[in-house]
Design a protein around this ligand. Structure first.
Ligand code: R1P
Length: 285
């Protein structure tokens, strides 16, 4: 990661947080656009505005409250990002993913990431929850990988493996929990593609991404996953399908952020229930 966020900087942020709360989270959660409600369900909350946390970026996007919330979910100590950072906000990719290193230093072992995404797969519907089994980092092909720069060995190796980025046991757990909760009808799995944004994809771009093997497209998550895996945390992620990506020149549909937030609101309860139940069943060392 870029030398401007050294191991010592990350340590200073983690130490600052640990001095303010006794909660020692083993699960870290990132709430996507319109999915921040989960953080409000944490018990025994201790919350910090991002602007008060040393070295932390600020949330600038509607639907991302900009609070780091510590608390418990069914007795399990958790930390929850109510709002994340995106490339299009002007942050370098290293800063977008910086909170994953803070999670690691706080003692987090498992990260659960959520996002709002557009469906490229024609079989998906708005309101589907897509368990992410893999990703395509489009900005990464042009050098936007959060591990670019001198490697910090105290976090991980120079060339981390990504073929096992998304923990298969956790994917199975999500499927099992989803079935138990009666969510089978809207639970899917697929490949998430990250683009830089903020403009939504053109029709030609969407068609290309679909042909490349992506089932859903968004502007986040993959950078955080790379950094979380680099420092050895287990990763589970899902996309809430908030819109069908326009793939047809005859379509009158136009992508917009309001429909994204609205779709989040409609599925809020099921998303919270899925994560909450998963958290109670995650095994840690
Ligand atoms: C577009 O509506 C925004 O929603 C998604 C996209 O990535 C983009 O930022 O946000 P999250 O990925 O943070 O859920």
């Amino acid at each position: 990661m870029s030398s401007s966020y050294s191991y010592e900087d990350c340590m200073a942020t983690a130490d600052w947080l640990m001095a303010q709360t006794d909660i020692r989270p083993t699960v870290g959660i990132v709430c996507g656009s319109g999915l921040g409600g989960l953080a409000d369900t944490l018990k025994d909350q201790v919350a910090f505005n991002y602007k008060d946390i040393p070295n932390f970026p600020q949330s600038t996007v509607h639907g991302h409250a900009g609070r780091l919330v510590f608390g418990t979910l069914k007795g399990r100590p958790c930390v929850c990002m109510q709002g994340r950072f995106h490339l299009y906000e002007g942050y370098p990719v290293q800063k977008v993913a910086l909170p994953m290193r803070i999670f690691k230093l706080l003692g987090v072992e498992t990260v659960i990431l959520t996002n709002a995404a557009g469906a490229l797969n024609e079989d998906f519907k708005v309101g589907d929850i897509m368990i992410i089994k893999d990703h395509i980092n489009m900005p990464g092909f042009a050098g936007n990988n959060p591990l670019v720069g001198p490697n910090e060995e105290r976090f991980g190796v120079r060339f981390p493996c990504m073929s096992d980025a998304y923990d298969r046991e956790l994917q199975q757990l999500a499927m099992d929990v989803g079935q138990d909760l009666g969510y089978g009808e809207f639970l899917r799995e697929g490949v998430y593609c990250v683009v830089a944004g903020p403009s939504f994809e053109t029709i030609a771009e969407s068609r290309m991404l679909h042909r490349l093997g992506a089932d859903a497209v968004g502007m986040s998550t993959a950078f955080e996953v790379i950094v979380a895996r680099h420092c050895g945390m287990r990763v589970f992620a899902f996309s809430l399908i908030t819109n069908q990506v326009v793939m047809d020149y005859d379509s009158e549909e136009k992508a917009n952020h309001e429909e994204v937030l609205e779709a989040g609101k409609q599925r809020e309860q099921q998303v919270e229930q899925l994560i909450c139940t998963m958290v109670t069943r995650i095994e840690h060392n």
